[in-house]
Design a protein around this ligand. Structure first.
Ligand SMILES: *Cc1c(COP(=O)(O)O)cnc(C)c1O
Length: 396
């Protein structure tokens, strides 16, 4: 097993090697331990393991599994986190992180601009269990400061919001939260682990839907929660392993293979996103091109300081509302209409009518989710081909 704590390897080296556990066969590609349980040599060993299992001693796949442990160790190493717990989906991770740290009577402050299912947990589920929730505009530090109270247990936000690509200033919000003793929980999906320094910037629990850039090829649902060993093993793990949202070994293997190529893919997708955003900027059919890597994005400087790049997602607003945006979507020949992101294939989404369909109109307006808005997850196709296809589709 290679361990980054014993070397100074760069992320790209660790992405290929860290966490590896080889069986007696010396396999090159990580083994899929497709087993729910593990054999104890003696009754005494069974008793000892239930009493105190070591890091490479497994009991039951819902608690842990060698393939899943390889993925957890590798992503923890990449993220600069002490530990990680892998989950069945991104939402199992969001739910697990919040439910494991909150109890009735606690106060949570959350950014308003959230993935639909995250908003459902924050607005519908947590209040049912006696958690008081205050929603704020994530990019407005004054609102965070006013909302965080001495009894605030945690703050929650997406560091780069879906679909309008607004940033939350991780360092500043973390400082405000920590000053009041609150934990910081960050859904970092849009930033990707490639452009994340979230732990160093103050986040206590970082969450990824591994369905997105970590798989990166649209194959499997998965998630992960990262943080200090103390928080992951003493608070998150007991909740996750007893409530059933653990990652399957087969999924963990897909995600391990994904991590090996993630940086290459994400950097290529980001370079294409910037090139395409530049080519679309100022187009007569567009009222907005939203991309944090463009100098005219209101939080461009923060994007560079926090992520070092603009990321793989962009959003465009087509003049003429729903009709015009549907004509554009239906005329695109390369990008597909779907709702995943971070995939090798470019994916186009009209958020107002799909992912954010259920949001009340006033909230859509407040978040800038207009009928003409199209969210684009840039894939691995040739950037010139994509730009030409978008420009041709805009003339429809
Ligand atoms: C996709 C997504 C999730 C949920 O992940 P699943 O793997 O689909 O459960 C949560 N947060 C954000 C920001 C996402 O994009």
């Amino acid at each position: 097993m290679s361990d980054s704590t014993q070397n100074n390897w760069h992320r790209s080296t660790r992405a290929v090697h860290d966490g590896t556990r080889r069986s007696q066969y010396g396999e090159v590609s990580e083994a899929i331990f497709m087993t729910q349980g593990f054999v104890y040599e003696t009754a005494e060993q069974a008793e000892a393991r239930f009493e105190n299992a070591g890091p490479d001693e497994f009991i039951y796949a819902r608690y842990g599994n060698p393939t899943v442990a390889m993925f957890e160790d590798r992503i923890a190493s990449l993220e600069g986190a002490e530990d990680a717990f892998a989950t069945a989906s991104g939402m199992a991770a969001v739910n697990g992180a919040l439910m494991s740290i909150l109890k009735a009577g606690d106060h949570l402050v959350s950014a308003r601009a959230l993935f639909g299912s995250c908003l459902y947990i924050v607005e519908e589920i947590l209040p049912r269990f006696g958690v008081e929730v205050t929603l704020v505009d994530g990019e407005d530090l004054a609102q965070w400061e006013a909302a965080i109270r001495p009894d605030t247990r945690a703050v929650f936000f997406e560091s780069l919001s879906n679909p309008t690509l607004q940033l939350v200033d991780i360092k500043s919000v973390s400082a405000l939260a920590h000053a009041k003793g609150a934990l910081v929980v960050c859904d970092n999906v849009f930033a990707t682990p490639v452009y994340s320094d979230a732990i160093a910037q103050g986040v206590d629990l970082v969450i990824y839907s591994t369905t997105k850039h970590i798989d990166g090829q649209g194959r499997a649902l998965g998630g992960v929660i990262l943080g200090s060993r103390e928080l992951i093993r003493k608070t998150v793990e007991p909740f996750m392993k007893h409530t059933g949202g653990s990652m399957s070994p087969f999924t963990a293997w897909i995600m391990l293979k994904g991590l090996e190529t993630m940086a290459l893919r994400v950097k290529a997708q980001t370079a294409s996103a910037l090139e395409i955003a530049q080519k679309l900027q100022g187009h007569a059919q567009l009222s907005r091109v939203i991309y944090p890597g463009l100098p005219d994005h209101p939080q461009h400087a923060l994007a560079l300081a926090q992520m070092g790049a603009g990321g793989t997602m962009l959003a465009i607003e087509i003049k003429g509302g729903k009709d015009a945006s549907y004509r554009f979507l239906n005329a695109c020949k390369i990008g597909i209409i779907s709702n995943n992101l971070g995939d090798a294939k470019t994916i186009l989404t009209p958020p107002a009518f799909t992912t954010h369909q259920r949001l009340p109109q006033d909230q859509k307006d407040a978040l800038g989710i207009t009928p003409g808005l199209v969210r684009i997850s840039i894939g691995l196709e040739d950037a010139g081909d994509l730009a030409a296809d978008f420009i041709a589709a805009l003339s429809h």
